[in-house]
Design a protein around this ligand. Structure first.
Ligand code: AMP
Length: 194
């Protein structure tokens, strides 16, 4: 039985140009639901976000959506979620997504996904939390980002050990296997410093 009970997935509000991104998003929703893990995400019905949420719901999974009111037009809140939270701003959204989750998975996505990944990574770098972060490097999608992060450390702007603060995963099965062995993260001692 996994000790990780809820996972926040960051992913694109668009579906990308290749059909297999959509498949990956649907597989993610389905697999988390089958594993009895609550999916926490941005609450929209567009792009990979919506595909993933609907796949999880179809499988009977628990899905928590968190959307800022100003994005309800652009990302359109998904109906039928176990919980939908409409918050005032982006910071409240990201904070609530963080608080409600034991771990993070980063799927292919755009600027928003990059922002979300880098933010939880830097919070980890600052020792504000120790929740696991999985970068799902689907078909090498995140290789350019990994190269940039290696460059940043090689040039002396981050400790090379910071590259160990996230786990690069080739596929979902790998993530599920690693999660099974993980303990529940400790309650963030410094959550009030975010
Ligand atoms: P994207 O990867 O750009 O498609 O965005 C994925 C999700 O991240 C969407 O729900 C966006 O609303 C959200 N997002 C966009 N910009 C930001 C940002 N600066 N900070 C946090 N989330 C964002």
């Amino acid at each position: 039985m996994a000790k990780i009970k809820s996972v926040c997935v960051y992913c694109g509000s668009r579906a990308g140009v290749h059909q297999d991104y959509a498949q990956l998003a649907e597989d993610t929703g389905k697999i988390l639901a089958e594993a009895g893990i609550t999916l926490v995400y941005g609450g929209g019905q567009v792009g990979l976000m919506g595909l993933m949420a609907r796949a999880a719901m179809k499988e009977g999974g628990s899905v928590v959506g968190i959307i800022p009111e100003h994005l309800d037009q652009a990302e359109i809140a998904q109906t039928g979620l176990s919980e939908l939270h409409i918050v005032t701003d982006m910071h409240s959204r990201k904070r609530m997504m963080f608080d409600r989750s034991d771990a993070f998975i980063v799927l292919p996505g755009g600027m928003g996904t990059l922002d979300e990944f880098i933010e939880v990574l830097t919070w980890s770098q600052l020792d504000l939390h120790d929740k696991p972060i999985f970068l799902l490097n689907h078909k090498g999608y995140w290789e350019p980002l990994l190269a940039l992060l290696r460059h940043v450390t090689a040039e002396g702007f981050a400790n090379p050990s910071n590259l160990d603060l996230f786990i690069t995963a080739p596929d979902l099965d790998y993530i599920l296997e690693v999660m099974k062995e993980m303990d529940e993260p400790r309650t963030p001692a410094k959550a009030d410093l975010f």
